[in-house]
Design a protein around this ligand. Sequence first.
Ligand SMILES: Cc1ncc(COP(=O)(O)O)c(C=O)c1O
Length: 452
Amino acid sequence: MNRPLTRSANRSSTAASRALFERARSVTPGGVNSPVRAFRAVGGTPRFMVSGRGPYLTDADGNEYVDCVCSWGPMLLGHAHPEVVDAVVAAASRGTSFGTPSEPEVALAEEIVARTPVDSVRLVSSGTEATMSAVRLARGFTGRDLVVKFAGCYHGHVDALLADAGSGVTTFGLPGTSGVPAAATAATLVLPYNDRAAVAAAFSRYGDAIAAVITEAAAGNMGVVAPLAGFNGFLAEICARHGALFISDEVMTGFRVGRSGWWGLDGAAEGWTPDLLTFGKVMGGGFPAAAFGGRADVMAELAPEGPVYQAGTLSGNPVATTAGLTTLRLADDAVYARVDVAAATLCAMTSDALREAGVAHVAQAAGNLFSVFFVSDPEVNAVHDLAGARRQELHRHRAFFHAMLERGVYLPPSAFEAWFVSAAHDNAALDRVHEALPAAAAAAATATPDER
Ligand SMILES: Cc1ncc(COP(=O)(O)O)c(C=O)c1O
């Protein structure tokens, strides 16, 4: 069942990526349009991809990789799924943007409302816009200013939410972000993730001033850290008791960990619902589309029905919504079952290889999201918050990442990011990863802190 390791075995050739990176750096800051892509945390030259098919990516030098990033989540069905491509081509041929309402955006909203607990939904173009708008709506609805977020949770590059954010902000060790005025984060309270006592203390002190608590439904931007049992339900309950709104950010988990996202795995069973949810990634099928939605009375505050303004030239774009709708319609139980099995297999084989090479680590999952923490403290067998995630030996991640890359496996170029797989990750793709693992685990075992 092995596919021949054709071009992926040709590790020496990165000339085309290096040349493109040179060009990019002369016209774009850092040569990239989103910081983690620059490989700063791992060193070396980012690979410039020219095509993707199923579980594979091919770079400008013709090297093929098993893709374990999947565009940071959206590619649930794998790259260039034929039905998605056909639907997109047909939609584009009818016109790429009208600036008017159109049928695909209605159908996509209906699909989201059918799968999740939201009564209505507003479409936007990025996860950042979704969380920014949800926070504004919560403030408008409650007439309060304070927002509670958790250290290590990333909600996009919204000024008010960049305090102690995960993802690139953690990858680059930025304490905050230059360019954000103190006033923008003055109304943000940052608490340790999974810490009920800290949340209770914040509410007992500021309860009548808190507009909302926003959390990743399951944290995936400090590495993968699942909420402790009952944590999200506790947040929903304490918000309700104090008249604050509970915003569950499902940009990463929504439509990826299951039909109804993370809420389908906890709130649906436990009997609570967030007041607002945010979505992105999978629901755009690889195009810029995202959404926020929730309770009818809260959503009614949004313009043009209510006084909270929010808008977008390309919101509900017909090509993006067609890609998202086609993806969601194809994402049936069989697709989620395949993604779950691929993720569990990959996580277990990676952990086995590291253990066999004597590399201390914690591999942990939240549904079909998972990541590996290179934590050497024998006392630590689980990571529950950002402080725990930061105790990693980053040099081991760097060595592991590069050894896998050289063997044709594309992993997240940061120790603080989730691994993503797709329904197209079949046995052949997983076998390729399996073959690469022993050498990469050995590289991690012998890595030293000053190696780049
Ligand atoms: C949980 C979460 N919320 C929001 C965002 C921001 O989404 P976007 O990058 O589309 O702006 C991300 C991006 O990774 C995310 O993971």
